[in-house]
Design a protein around this ligand. Structure first.
Ligand SMILES: Nc1ncnc2c1ncn2[C@@H]1O[C@H](COP(=O)(O)OP(=O)(O)O)[C@@H](O)[C@H]1O
Ligand SMILES: [Mg+2]
Length: 267
């Protein structure tokens, strides 16, 4: 494993990773064909590519949800490609936070309870769970919504709860599979702003998207085609979702002020 210029070892180091799905006796699908990639602490990588190019297969391997057919994967310096499913589960719970397209929240539980859940599994005492949950919910801007349930929250707020839940065990890596897939463009900006802010604080993020506009918020883009990486380059003119979101909020404020004035002027 190669340290970078500042001496950090990669969060993700992958060499010649392949995955072949075998269906029945005759059919084999080579979903990944020799993928190599290093991701260092603090990176924000967008994984792109058309449907069927291997993105989900790759994310499942990154997330220790599945094992490769061949090749090596080091996660935070540990060789995980040969671990048993039990060992993978424990690594996964400690090192990786997941955010999905459908927020996967418990509909009848408060934001606090949803975020506490991974810590219940980890066996943390109630007091510790509550203090950590409050902290991460505040970090994603939901300090004022701790006891709201998902139906009482906007789509963007629900995805913020899911992001807080992903962060609560202090992961080395946040994996997001189409996190804005169910959100309108405005709410997508909101969520990408949250992810960019977390990345600015040092969190390593790998995000899958088929939307090239969303990929412009990342710092690096890796494109898949037919199970191989065909492009890997930095984002030159990175968009700032936080600035775009602030501009949207300001435009709203101006508009609502204008409407109030119109009302006052109407006799
Ligand atoms: N569980 C599976 N069993 C068999 N084939 C699969 C399975 N998952 C994915 N594939 C196949 O592997 C290829 C890559 O799929 P996938 O990783 O889902 O791509 P993407 O997420 O980019 O759409 C596709 O040809 C797909 O049909
Ligand atoms: Mg997919």
């Amino acid at each position: 494993m190669r340290p970078n210029a500042s001496g950090s070892i990669p969060v993700i180091s992958i060499r010649d990773l392949s995955k072949t799905y075998v269906i029945g006796k005759k059919t084999r699908v080579d979903a990944l064909r020799g993928v190599s990639l290093d991701v260092y602490p603090g990176e924000f990588v967008a994984i792109m590519g058309p449907s069927g190019s291997g993105k989900s297969t790759f994310m499942n391997l990154l997330g220790c949800l599945d094992r490769p057919t061949s090749g090596q994967y080091w996660l935070a310096g540990k060789l995980v490609s040969k671990l048993s499913s039990d060992e993978l589960a424990s690594i996964r719970n400690r090192l990786i936070g997941f955010v999905f397209q459908g927020f996967n929240l418990l509909g009848r539980a408060t934001a606090m309870s949803n975020v506490e859940l991974p810590m219940v599994y980890a066996g943390l005492p109630k007091r510790e769970r509550e203090s950590r949950a409050r902290k991460v919910l505040t970090l994603v801007g939901l300090g004022g919504r701790l006891h709201h349930k998902p139906p009482e929250l906007s789509g963007g707020q629900q995805q913020r709860v899911a992001v807080a839940r992903a962060l609560v065990n202090g992961p080395s890596l946040l994996l997001a599979d189409e996190p804005t897939g169910n959100l309108d463009s405005r709410t997508s900006v909101e969520i990408m702003g949250v992810l960019q802010a977390l990345n600015d604080q040092g969190l390593t993020i790998v995000l899958v998207t088929h939307d090239s506009k969303i990929a412009e918020y990342a710092r690096r883009q890796v494109a898949f085609l037919d199970g191989r990486i065909v492009r890997d380059e930095p984002v030159v003119a990175r968009r700032s979702a936080q600035d775009e979101w602030a501009a949207l909020i300001e435009a709203d404020a101006i508009e609502s002020q204008r409407q109030t004035q119109v009302k006052e002027e109407t006799p």
